[in-house]
Design a protein around this ligand. Structure first.
Ligand code: SF4
Ligand code: SF4
Length: 209
């Protein structure tokens, strides 16, 4: 599964580079819109397998952790729930103004990619995924009610928290009373890192109940 994910990410990174070089951003918009609709059925696969920012962030996070650059102390502004929506509004306004007034196609996705790398050099990946990325905010809306998603079978969970530790989007939470893990489909990227690490095979991609 891990290998399939890496290969898919590389293929889409190459495709993304082609889109940037050819200036045909409509192609990528098509990929995103299909993924946005698809998330309502299959979950946020765009984030886990397609998004070039997430691919770059994975490499950046590995490097930043090795060099001990990351801190767990995240400023309040980067924990705000409205920040990604403000960035989305700013992004749309900037695109309209630059196209209509300046006749310029701004490389918004590239700008976002640089931002994602800079933020991940200092903070864990969930900060950008859940509190900065405007695409993530949109995908959380459709991904929330996904018909199929990665779920925990509570009868098999022993509460070891290994899944929580490997999840880069903070989609896993331990329930206060039962002490078993629960996955939030709105935040889950369907990457299956938790499925692989779970010692009791309690996690599966399955139909939501
Ligand atoms: S890794 Fe598996 S057993 Fe451990 S807390 Fe997560 S779901 Fe439960
Ligand atoms: S909950 Fe599991 S499948 Fe979902 S993003 Fe986290 S590690 Fe990946």
């Amino acid at each position: 599964m891990k290998k399939i994910r890496i290969v898919t990410q590389i293929i889409f990174l190459i495709f993304f580079s082609f889109v940037i070089v050819s200036g045909n951003m409509v192609l990528w918009l098509g990929v995103f819109l299909l993924s946005l609709l698809g998330a309502a059925v299959f979950g946020r696969f765009y984030c886990g397998y397609i998004c070039p920012m997430n691919t770059a962030m994975g490499v950046t996070a590995n490097l930043a952790k090795r060099l001990n650059w990351q801190t767990k102390s995240v400023p309040k502004v980067l924990k705000s729930k409205i920040l990604p929506w403000m960035i989305l509004a700013l992004m749309i306004a900037t695109m309209i103004v630059s196209k209509r007034v300046l006749q310029l196609e701004l490389p918004i996705l590239l700008i976002l990619m640089v931002l994602s790398i800079v933020i991940t050099l200092r903070y864990e990946e969930w900060v950008f995924h859940n509190h900065v990325c405007p695409y993530g905010a949109l995908l959380s809306l459709t991904g929330k009610g996904a018909k199929f998603s990665t779920k925990v079978d509570s009868s098999l969970c022993i509460g070891c928290k290994k899944c929580e530790k490997v999840c880069s989007s903070m989609a896993v939470k331990m329930e206060d009373i039962s002490k078993v893990a629960k996955i939030d489909s709105a935040l889950c990227h369907q990457c299956q890192a938790c499925t692989i690490i779970c010692p009791t095979k309690a996690i599966r991609y399955t139909k939501s109940s």
